[in-house]
Ligand binder design. Structure first.
Ligand SMILES: NC(=O)c1ccc[n+]([C@@H]2O[C@H](COP(=O)([O-])OP(=O)(O)OC[C@H]3O[C@@H](n4cnc5c(N)ncnc54)[C@H](O)[C@@H]3O)[C@@H](O)[C@H]2O)c1
Length: 264
């Protein structure tokens, strides 16, 4: 093998679909060994079978599932080199209509679960040997969003708050875990053509009385690089963050959005 990630062990959450699945394909092509976790067990199995990798059904909002998922990685490999903490949910709804249930559902996956997955992985990584030929024990990568930085997304108040919270958690983790030789960074996608954006389009067009697809078209029209983002556009950054090339980088949040947000 001669990939950039030969034999590196990686746990991906939200791996059945969209960004998680696209990154699984690219990481596997770079030689990584993958554990693909998703609420959608058959979906994760399908991607795993395609790639000759391995899947586990897990709801990251459940502590027992987090334990089972992280334990599975350690039972199989004896270590976990990289966590790609990527599972997420969205809902587009006017701020004045958001209910406590709406708030809790978004926060429980995007922020609460992301934290406890990070914590479970970091607890184990802190006790493992250094990666071969490396100063590090492990690497954490979290999927935040350009919504982390921005007001101006009036239908995504809880979602944006959850992703801002995730960037904050990642930075605190970067500080706390640096002495343990674990890095923590976020990727911030823009407007990506995945089932998640199909749901935003469904919610948003229903609110506006627009034809299906219209919200997507309007949002994508503002992208400076002139086309919507594909999940594959994020895979290069994730390979970089999983590889030794990013070993001296921690506490960062990197936009890959076709220029939609320039600066933080
Ligand atoms: N699509 C975009 O435009 C966009 C932009 C910025 C950030 N993101 C973020 O990217 C990440 C991936 O989203 P995507 O666009 O690929 O969407 P997606 O809907 O295609 O994939 C999300 C995956 O997460 C899984 N998931 C949801 N809840 C889960 C749970 N409780 N336990 C385990 N798995 C769960 C889903 O089953 C699904 O497979 C999310 O964190 C999302 O917030 C997406």
């Amino acid at each position: 093998m001669s990939g950039r990630l030969d034999d590196r062990t990686v746990l991906i959450t939200g791996a059945a679909s969209g960004i998680g699945a696209a990154c699984a394909r690219r990481l596997a092509a770079e030689g990584a060994r993958l554990l693909l976790a998703d609420l959608d067990g058959p979906g994760a199995d399908k991607v795993a079978r395609e790639l000759g990798q391995w899947a586990v059904q897990a709801d990251v909002t459940r502590a027992t599932d987090i334990d089972r998922m992280v334990n599975a990685a350690y039972e199989r490999w004896g270590r976990l080199d990289v966590l790609f903490n990527n599972a997420g949910v969205v809902q587009a709804k006017p701020l004045l209509d958001v209910t406590e249930d709406d708030w809790d559902r978004i926060m429980s996956v995007n922020l609460r679960a992301a934290f406890f997955v990070l914590q479970a992985a970091a607890r184990r990584m802190a006790k493992q040997d250094l990666l071969p030929a490396s100063e590090l024990r492990g690497k954490l990568i979290h999927t935040a969003s350009i919504a982390s930085y921005r007001g101006g997304l009036p239908l995504l108040a809880p979602y944006s708050a959850s992703k801002a919270g995730l960037v904050s958690l990642s930075r605190t983790a970067a500080q706390v875990l640096a002495p343990h030789r674990i890095t923590s960074n976020c990727i911030c996608p823009g407007v990506v053509d995945t089932p998640m954006w199909k749901q935003i389009d469904r919610d948003w067009t229903a609110l506006e009385g627009w034809a299906p697809g219209e919200a997507w078209k309007r949002r994508a029209a503002g992208i400076p690089l002139g086309r919507p983002e594909r999940a594959e556009d994020l895979t290069g950054l994730v390979v970089f963050l999983a590889s030794a090339d990013s070993d001296y980088m921690t506490g960062q949040a990197v936009n890959v959005d076709g220029g939609l947000v320039m600066g933080n």
